[in-house]
Design a binder for this molecule. Structure first.
Ligand SMILES: Cc1cc2nc3c(=O)[nH]c(=O)nc-3n(C[C@H](O)[C@H](O)[C@H](O)COP(=O)(O)OP(=O)(O)OC[C@H]3O[C@@H](n4cnc5c(N)ncnc54)[C@H](O)[C@@H]3O)c2cc1C
Length: 397
């Protein structure tokens, strides 16, 4: 080996050792919260505060926040590994979303916020002292964000916001909301211009927050938010007026990579349960896992999870190296969601009737992982992106 090749191999080994250490530390912390904890959070729809506080105390919430603002200043690869371990611990989307919401929604502030905004809010977010919500989706616009109707108008030195958001995670407890609103009318030539991001106080006198009763992830609330005359100070505008959508798009690739890894982790948790059950459950005088009808689909899930992880880590490495990664990041989200869902669904099948019982964690993981195929972007929208950007087909969105 040449000296350059040796140095390269050594650097790769050191990097691997660093990630393994991170993986072990994150998993040890996540493992302190067992299936009974998550079952209770799900049953009673209680926010997993103890879990969040444990990750805050270890500094993980500020993973992507630069050290100058009280964070760890790490990269997307580390975030992907962290969220994978949370998923793989059995925390499901209840745990993954609770941590995810400290790591990704603040990204527009970090990249485009004023210095004063960053100094004021990022350290509090990194310490877990500030909970934020993310208000983009609206009932009548759906995936076509250019159609949002929430509006902000300038009145003196303040902005006044009126409108409605839906599916707003965390709005039951959040102190702040990153809110996308139209600040100039939709222009058919440039439909995504003219929207602005506000880091607004979630003032309950002006925002009526109503929880949505939903299929899974009851621990982390989702809400309708009716906004009537919410006042936002000029200093709470993120970046430039009219460029809010552009700022959101900026942070999509890293988020998609990490969402893919959440799916992989949750799929692995379910697959682990299924494999153990298939060894122990005796029917017709043999372990059910001896039947290839049971074993092969589980083996296939294993393969799919490995492949999804590989593309996610590739995308993360590209992003961290400052290289384009749009196709890989979207592939990571799509394949991680599919592989996670397939593994949870196959685990349900492996458990037979007992998969339907809440005594086992499988049904919760199955309900929760389904979300990744729908949100924050649907699988169809990912395929639209790949068709247009990678295959040159006409844009359909
Ligand atoms: C639990 C949960 C939490 C969420 N948290 C948040 C949050 O915190 N903040 C926030 O802003 N949003 C949040 N969302 C909203 C989420 O991002 C949206 O639900 C998602 O983007 C899909 O939008 P929609 O539900 O309006 O679906 P629609 O846009 O109405 O789409 C419906 C179906 O049609 C398909 N479709 C639409 N257009 C096309 C097309 N051109 N080509 C192919 N297929 C198409 C979609 O893929 C989908 O399958 C959350 C959603 C859920 C379920």
């Amino acid at each position: 080996m040449t000296a350059a090749a040796t140095a390269f191999a050594q650097a790769a080994q050191e990097r691997q050792a660093e990630l393994d250490e991170l993986r072990r530390a994150a998993r040890a912390l996540a493992d302190r919260f067992d299936a009974a904890y998550w079952r209770a959070c799900d049953k009673d729809a209680t926010y997993p505060w103890d879990f969040v506080r444990a990750f805050a105390a270890a500094g993980w919430l500020g993973l992507l926040v630069p050290e100058a603002y009280g964070g760890m200043g790490l990269g997307v690869t580390e975030a992907a590994v962290l969220l994978h371990e949370i998923g793989a611990s059995g925390a499901g989307m209840s745990g993954a979303s609770a941590i995810h919401f400290y790591v990704f929604p603040p990204q527009p502030l970090l990249r485009h916020g004023s210095e004063a905004m960053k100094r004021r809010w990022l350290p509090a977010l990194a310490r877990g002292e500030l909970l934020m919500a993310f208000g983009v989706t609206e009932p009548t616009a759906g995936s076509d964000t250019s159609r949002i109707r929430t509006r902000a108008r300038k009145q003196g030195d303040r902005w006044i916001v009126d409108g409605q958001k839906v599916w707003t995670t965390n709005a039951q407890h959040a102190q702040k909301i990153l809110l996308l609103a139209r600040t100039s009318p939709r222009d058919a030539q440039r439909p995504l211009d003219g929207m602005t991001l506000f880091f607004a106080d979630l003032d309950r006198r002006r925002c009526d927050v109503r929880a949505i009763d939903k299929l899974g992830r009851a621990a982390v609330d989702s809400n309708e938010v009716f906004i009537d005359g919410l006042e936002v100070a000029e200093e709470d505008v993120v970046g430039e007026v009219g460029r809010g959508f552009e700022y959101l798009v900026d942070g999509l690739n890293p988020e998609r990579i990490v969402l893919g890894m959440e799916g992989v982790g949750i799929g692995r948790a379910a697959l682990g349960h299924a494999a153990r059950y298939a060894q122990q459950r005796i029917v017709f005088d043999r372990p059910i896992g001896q039947n290839q009808a049971v074993a092969h689909p589980l083996a296939e899930c294993w393969l799919r999870l490995e492949a999804a992880e590989a593309i996610a880590l590739k995308a993360a490495a590209l992003f961290d190296a400052g290289r384009p990664c749009g196709a890989e990041a979207n592939a990571a989200k799509y394949l991680g969601a599919e592989a996670g869902w397939a593994a949870c669904d196959q685990a349900m099948q492996t458990f037979g009737g007992f998969g339907y019982s809440k005594a086992y964690p499988i049904e919760r993981l199955w309900r929760e992982v389904r979300l990744l195929r729908l949100a924050p972007i649907s699988q169809e929208m990912v395929l639209n992106f790949i068709a247009a950007k990678c295959l040159g087909l006409p844009k359909s969105y």
